[in-house]
Design a binder for this molecule. Structure first.
Ligand SMILES: Nc1ncnc2c1ncn2[C@@H]1O[C@H](COP(=O)(O)OP(=O)(O)O)[C@@H](O)[C@H]1O
Ligand SMILES: [Mg+2]
Length: 497
């Protein structure tokens, strides 16, 4: 008997000229939690498709539970005990929980008529496997992503799974749901089921994985025991770059004029009696749960919402911010979390996306754009921000998420801002681009720009901001210098009732 559920050696998979996998190894022991990490596009989903029999590799050897498969079909993979929880979870939203759980089983068994009673039995068996409490008659479309995920997991268990592969399961769920998922994973492990967990979050790898494998550009860069992994090694394996964070040191100039002051600001169903100030070159972090009012607050500063009462001062002058136009006029820039829907125009060129807010200013008297000026400034920022692209005339959607995020930043940085607000600037962004974004923000602050960062990621706030406020239910419940705070106490403030 083999100790390994999966032994993949030298696997190659090419798509035309793209070497998605260029001879990678992946070995997963029975019953272990194994983490597969790597930046977007490094080949993680491709190897999953090879292991599950959807792609025939162009080279290499694949062994499942000691049996070698020169050409494996998806059915053989399932029969060998491999189950995949895809990122889209493959659930049917308009069917009930019960139907989602039992349908595959009953169809696979070739029955022409399905009995409701049998359906319920199968569904009950499935949810019992992970102690998942759920109304079996609920429509799946009414459930949270986390519950859909648990449905996919319990469904997978009906097939005598020996290995469950989870492709980036934590990207769309909350911290609390991640905790619950990890408990399920630990339970599965007790039943000697191995887990391949795809993630690029180091804290998750440390917490849940016993061993890890890291890919970069379709090649192995590291593998071993998770206990031997450090932050430095992890980021190096992922990015191929030595990443060293520069600490952000801010010293308040005594008596200096505040760049932004907010006094008793209120917005119904948003936030209450908010008082805030921001000095020149300061980076202020705002954290709190979704629904804590943090987004509404910064949106009111930018003019998305008009506050019901209270005052906003920019460099000592009281300003009225009733619209986004007012926000921009007062030098406030806002980078939203959903850049894909709010911040960028995907089919438009990179150049247009970056320069759009300057068009009025750079147009001549007949409305003719000063193209040369535009290109000069755009190129300057592309260079400063290390935006990876072929040409600034390419459409925005040719760029990776991290590079798109950098373009949104560039769009604001070419304006003369008083305050730059970043809402969740690194959600879904690769580790290398994340690092670039923070290094850039710190250097901008060192040159006098005042920045507000909203983030769930408390370690990120602690290492990049000099001050932090925690919001809960629309109010500021804690404020202080990051050097006086630690992760655990901040997290507690954000959730405590
Ligand atoms: N079906 C496909 N056709 C063409 N290229 C693909 C296909 N699937 C993946 N690729 C390419 O292969 C590389 C690896 O992709 P993928 O395995 O999805 O990466 P990851 O899951 O690590 O983000 C990427 O460059 C991607 O664009
Ligand atoms: Mg993928």
């Amino acid at each position: 008997m083999s100790d390994y559920i999966i032994r993949a050696k030298g696997i190659k998979k090419y798509f035309g000229g793209v070497k998605a996998l260029d001879g990678v190894d992946l070995e997963i022991k029975k019953g272990e939690v194994h983490c597969l990490a790597g930046e977007n596009g490094c080949g993680k989903s491709t190897i999953i498709n090879v292991i599950s029999g959807f792609y025939t590799p162009d080279g290499g050897e694949l062994e499942i539970d000691g049996v070698s498969y020169p050409k494996m079909t998806p059915q053989q993979s399932i029969a060998a005990g491999i189950q995949v929880i895809y990122q889209d979870l493959s659930v049917f939203p308009n069917l009930t929980v019960m139907e989602n759980l039992a349908l595959n089983m009953e169809l696979a068994s070739g029955k022409k008529f399905v009995s409701k009673k049998r359906f319920r039995e199968i569904a009950e068996e499935a949810v019992a496997k992970i102690n998942f409490e759920i109304d079996l008659d609920e429509k799946v479309e009414n459930l949270s992503v986390a519950d859909k995920q648990l449905i996919a997991i319990s469904r997978a268990l009906l097939n005598n799974a020996k290995l469950i592969i989870m492709d980036e399961p934590t990207t769309a769920i909350t911290k609390k749901e991640v905790r619950a998922l990890f408990n399920v994973i630990r339970d599965l492990q007790k039943q000697n089921i191995a887990i391949l967990f795809v993630s690029h979050k180091l804290d998750e790898v440390f917490e849940i994985a016993e061993r890890f494998t890291i890919f970069r550009n379709g090649k192995n860069t590291g593998a071993g025991d998770a206990s031997e992994l450090t932050q430095e090694k992890f980021t190096y394996y992922m990015t191929g770059r030595e990443i060293k964070e520069t600490p952000f040191i801010y010293e308040e100039k005594p008596g200096a004029q505040k760049v932004l002051e907010v006094k008793n600001l209120n917005l119904k169903n948003g936030f209450k009696n908010v008082n805030l100030s921001l000095g020149e070159g300061e980076i202020l972090g705002i954290t709190g749960l979704l629904g804590s009012g943090r987004t509404e607050l910064v949106q009111a500063l930018f003019g998305y919402h008009k506050a019901d009462s209270g005052e906003i001062y920019i460099r000592g002058n009281k300003v009225e911010i009733n619209s986004v136009k007012d926000g921009i006029k007062n030098g406030i820039g806002y980078v939203p979390p959903e850049r894909i829907v709010e911040g960028v125009f995907l089919p438009q060129s990179i150049k247009e996306n970056i320069s759009i807010e300057k068009w009025d200013e750079w147009a001549g008297p007949l409305g003719i754009m000063n193209e040369k000026k535009i290109e000069e400034v755009v190129n300057e920022w592309v260079e400063k921000l290390r935006i990876k692209l072929h040409s600034i005339d390419d459409p925005m959607n040719t760029l990776s998420g991290g590079n798109q995020q950098k373009c949104v930043l560039a769009k604001w940085l070419i304006l003369d801002l008083n305050v730059l607000i970043l809402n969740g600037p690194t959600v879904g962004v690769d580790i290398g681009a994340k690092f670039d974004i923070y290094e850039l923000v710190k250097s901008l602050a060192a040159n006098g720009l005042s920045v507000i960062i909203i983030s769930d990621d408390i370690p990120e706030i602690l290492s990049n901001c000099n001050r932090v406020v925690v919001m809960r239910r629309g109010e500021i419940v804690k404020e202080g210098l990051t050097k006086d705070m630690d992760e655990a106490s901040l997290a507690e403030f954000a959730v405590a009732d």
